[in-house]
Design a protein around this ligand. Structure first.
Ligand SMILES: *Cc1c(COP(=O)(O)O)cnc(C)c1O
Length: 356
């Protein structure tokens, strides 16, 4: 038995793994891996996947849902060139992924203004009271900072078009899609296997940007026109994402997932706060419910090696912190059961009772 706390690609429900495996062997007589993406059976999968995203997030009329490739990393560029009107764009810098978006927007000639940053404290908090000039083409932020374990607890207030990288907290909690002009998310954090990247775009936005260049593939207006089938889509990733969305809706949807996620996060943060060995560098009010970052209290740093062996022996996987931060990070994505968090918490307790 393994308990997978990996940050991405991440755990998916066992039933989804089983159905996905079945689809590889038999999807209406062929393998899902060999079926033509133009065949009506796959077109139906793509349509259902797009529809289930709308259901899960209550996407209002006037928005389109697309499954593209390139990961969230290409989303840095796609969002910039589809939102720029040649003027200023505001960015909030909350870490590696937001910094990547800033870098890529500059590369395509966008006049980037970093309105706030938490770099001064190694991105361990979320900037507050951000002033948003009213003359921006758009405002960009990353809702959950996967690497540091910080998360915007509320949608950023903005009177300009809002763009958000939700790769690591989409479908984990209810959101009001109408607040955003463009949302994107790599599939592999909470939606499905790596390969697809989800875009939710206000249709009003399409075709209005004036970037310095616009490759056809990255043109969201063209992708919308072609029903997310401009070229061969990431067939398997879309298929498994669709299966996972069915499972999400069958288990109470995003609202129920949010309640489960709140319980998981409360359990683990409760232990980190109570346990003398561990602490977290993340500001309390900015703690992520998806990626829980923690470290040894300085006094106990010497115990790291022994702790690592203990959790590895117990079947826990993927809690080593990102190579840029060190320490530990336990990711609590939708498919991770509370019982797995309990295993980690019990192990931390037990370790402390022997060592503290
Ligand atoms: C993982 C991650 C990315 C990078 O995603 P890729 O799909 O690997 O390009 C970007 N933003 C956030 C918030 C992430 O968690």
């Amino acid at each position: 038995m393994k308990y997978n706390f990996g940050a991405g690609p991440c755990i998916l429900p066992q039933t989804v793994f089983e159905q996905a495996a079945k689809g590889v062997l038999d999807f209406n007589g062929l393998s899902i891996l060999e079926v033509s993406h133009r065949h009506k059976d796959f077109v139906a999968v793509m349509e259902e996947a797009r529809e289930l995203v709308k259901q899960a997030l209550n996407v209002p009329k006037g928005y389109t849902v697309l499954f593209l490739q390139g990961g969230a990393t290409l989303g840095f560029t796609i969002s910039a060139i589809n939102m720029t009107k040649g003027g200023k764009a505001g960015y909030i810098n909350t870490g590696t992924w937001a910094s990547g978006a800033i870098r890529e927007a500059k590369l395509v000639g966008v006049d980037v203004h970093v309105l706030a940053s938490s770099e001064d404290k190694n991105f361990t908090y979320i900037p507050k009271n951000i002033e948003v000039p009213s003359d921006l083409d758009y405002l960009y932020y990353c809702s959950n900072n996967t690497i540091y374990g910080t998360q915007f607890q509320e949608t950023v207030k903005s009177n300009v078009p809002l763009v958000c990288d939700m790769s690591s907290d989409i479908f984990s909690k209810e959101i009001n899609v109408a607040d955003f002009d463009l949302i994107y998310a790599g599939a592999q954090k909470n939606l499905g296997p790596a390969g697809a990247t989800l875009y939710i775009v206000k249709e009003d936005v399409l075709g209005k940007a004036t970037p310095k260049f616009m490759p056809t593939y990255m043109n969201l207006a063209k992708q919308h026109e072609k029903d997310s089938m401009l070229n061969t889509p990431p067939v398997f990733s879309v298929y498994v994402s669709m299966l996972n969305l069915r499972e999400l809706l069958a288990t109470g949807g995003v609202k129920a997932a949010e309640e489960r996620n709140n319980a998981k996060a409360a359990l683990l943060y409760g232990e980190i706060d109570a346990n003398p060995l561990f602490t977290t560098n993340v500001a309390k009010e900015d703690r992520s419910k998806m990626n829980v970052s923690f470290v040894f209290d300085e006094k106990y740093n010497g115990l790291e090696e022994e702790f690592n062996k203990t959790w590895q022996d117990a079947g826990i996987v993927g809690i080593k912190g990102h190579r840029s931060t060190g320490g530990y990070r336990a990711s609590l994505y939708n498919a991770l059961p509370l019982s797995s968090v309990q295993v980690l918490v019990d192990l931390m307790k037990d370790f402390a009772s022997k060592k503290a």
